[in-house]
Design a protein around this ligand. Sequence first.
Ligand SMILES: NC(=O)C1=CN([C@@H]2O[C@H](COP(=O)(O)OP(=O)(O)OC[C@H]3O[C@@H](n4cnc5c(N)ncnc54)[C@H](OP(=O)(O)O)[C@@H]3O)[C@@H](O)[C@H]2O)C=CC1
Ligand SMILES: O=C([O-])CC(=O)C(=O)O
Length: 264
Amino acid sequence: MKKIMMIGYGAMAKEVLARLPEGVEPGWIVAREQHHTEIAKAFAGRVQALTHPEQCTESPDLVLECASQQAVAEFGEAVIKRGWRLAVISTGALADAALQLRLQQACARHQGRLIVLSGAVAGMDGLASAREGGLESVTYQSSKSPASWRGSMAEKLIDLGAVSEAQVFFEGSAREAARMFPANANVAATIALHGIGMDATRVRLQVDPHTQRNTHSLQVCGQFGEFQIELCGNPLASNPKTSTLAALSAVQACRCLVDGGFMA
Ligand SMILES: NC(=O)C1=CN([C@@H]2O[C@H](COP(=O)(O)OP(=O)(O)OC[C@H]3O[C@@H](n4cnc5c(N)ncnc54)[C@H](OP(=O)(O)O)[C@@H]3O)[C@@H](O)[C@H]2O)C=CC1
Ligand SMILES: O=C([O-])CC(=O)C(=O)O
């Protein structure tokens, strides 16, 4: 049996835990103290609730971050320094160049691993392949319902209650998008990490009052030719900001533990 450590106990973490493949079980959940009673009840004491990964006295087969960019900054280095495998979903944390460097150096020094989950988007294999031949431009647009943008910086840029048609309210780099919209624009960072980087990747964020879905559109031009991807994702019922596919990408990482997708 493979044992994972989950960081976070919100919408995505619960979805992933409910869908864990056979042969994988949670051993530890890192969450703030106020969630520990709920965790103890949900898992009848079979899972240890922690406030920091360092409290774990064994070695998880995989540490899965499904929490926040802040959690990556807070716990990422400690996890990798123990030589553990860390898969991150809050990839926008890596828009902080100093943090990215610290995590990369920790991987090199301590034989840890940092895995960037594909999350809510698809085509990262093709984008990474295209980079090998040279990329000319990568443009990403995210379109979501007003409910998905509530509680974000979007509220300062546009009146979400008054929009009657689809409207772009932000244009900038992936680095800016990921840092300004930490709960909504991790995909921008994921694309940047597989493609032409945080500063050259162009991003548009749109609110669409006529949709319930999270639509990710990617346009890539390079020496290989061109490709476009449009992915219309159903959000999780428990969090309209978060696409179901993102949770499934974490489930798939867990499956790699049992089907040999990860090398030891
Ligand atoms: N890469 C991608 O394609 C995608 C990435 N995401 C990202 O995935 C992450 C999880 O999403 P989701 O579950 O929907 O979000 P939720 O807000 O539903 O849940 C996040 C959970 O993580 C906990 N958490 C956050 N920071 C910390 C911390 N520093 N220490 C301990 N616990 C922490 C929160 O705790 P508390 O309740 O105590 O605040 C909360 O329970 C988000 O960062 C989101 O932006 C989402 C979709 C796609
Ligand atoms: O789930 C999504 O559709 C995308 C998302 O929240 C993100 O990029 O952070």
